[in-house]
Design a protein. Sequence first.
Length: 486
Amino acid sequence: MDADTTEAERDRSFFGQPRPLATLFGVELWERFSFYGMQGILLIYLYYSAADGGLGIQESTATSIVGAYGGAVYLSTILGAWTADRLLGPERVLFFSAVLVMCGHIGLAILPGLLGVTIGLILIAVGSGGVKANATSLVGTLYGEHDERRDAGFSLFYLGINLGALAGPLLTGLLQKNVGFHFGFGLAAIGMAIGLVQYTFGRRRLPPAAREVPNPLPSQSRPMVALAGAVTLAAIVTLAATGVLAADRLASIVVVVSVAAAICYFVVILTSRRISTVERRRVLAFIPLFLASAAFWSLYQQQFTVVTIYSDQRLDRTLFGWEMPVSWVQSINPVFIIVLSGVFAGLWTRLGDRQPTTPIKFAAGTVIMGVAFLLFLPLAGGGPNSAPLLALAGILLVFTVAELLLSPVGLSVSTKLAPRVFHTQMVALFFLSVALGTALSGTLAGYYSADDEIAYFGVLGTIAIVLGLALAAAAKPISRLMSGVR
């Protein structure tokens, strides 16, 4: 055991964990505070009338923007991971990404209209992708291979994520309701600034591995990469200026980009001569899991599109004579995650080898997500303020159960099925399924209407259930392809 590992295992100054975990815990907490706080009020800012402080954009266009933005966050994780692996190292990428996030929130807070939305969301999407891609890997550098505190450290880290997700919509929503949207966006910027300041003071305590560039890009290749980046940026600007990247088509464009990127990744991996026959079989087994994940996220991420519209227009948000802000509904899910994540972790530990296989967990998560949509049907057809808050909270509880069956399991299985030489790319593939599903959630939300909820929730819920049952029926052959991975 080397000296750095010994020192790290002796360091128990943060709830028994290494002290640098507090730095990463803090920056992730505040980044999630700003991210979910802003997202909790973003959609209604886009479609509220100017008289109510919004931009007056058509609802279907607004949901397309939100879906595209959410998908772009997960697409950006690929860029963040590549930059860390080839150019700067994860610690520097995390720092600069957090700066981008803060600048994006400042842009939303002080720049007027669509200018602020365009600049702000681009900066936040790219920055959040960099934070998401590197914060988790940095936590891993704090522990030696046999340090028994690793799982507990990651649990503490994810607690920070959900605390931020819980507090953000509560406080930004309160400001939006009482003072105005731009003050809510400003609070998100302040939250990210707090996280950035504490990270700046604590980053020097991170181990040397945090600053290493695992696979440096050769100097002779850098001009070509820079040229490719410049050409890509110029193409995006040209397409935007000519109207090809119209706001009402953004989510669909991100769907196409996500599908194309996923196909390219699968082709590159499956045709590589550097992977074994067993590894190729495992990649093939990941394809139906990828499709199920995309379907799941296309419904789950409607918390930020359809569920937000529903909370604004259909939900009775009155508590003891006071109407709570729309964004407060976004804080319900993090509460359930905080309560239930430990329950699920304990359940899988207790079941051990008797726990369901990964395909069955994916199937169950997809089916339960479909059931959650069908639970909207008894509430359909009512007018404004007709849907009880307790009923929506119960539906979001079902959302959470489905999430805990699929989301953490998906990240885990992507690392287990990954060929040795494509380890990072397989994790990127899982994030691509999230990007695809998130963008689809924006596209699908364009078909939602409060006057035709039975068709919308009924069709999507039924499709998800059928897909989940089909995956369950194929679980045994998929498990055989997984070659010993559960």
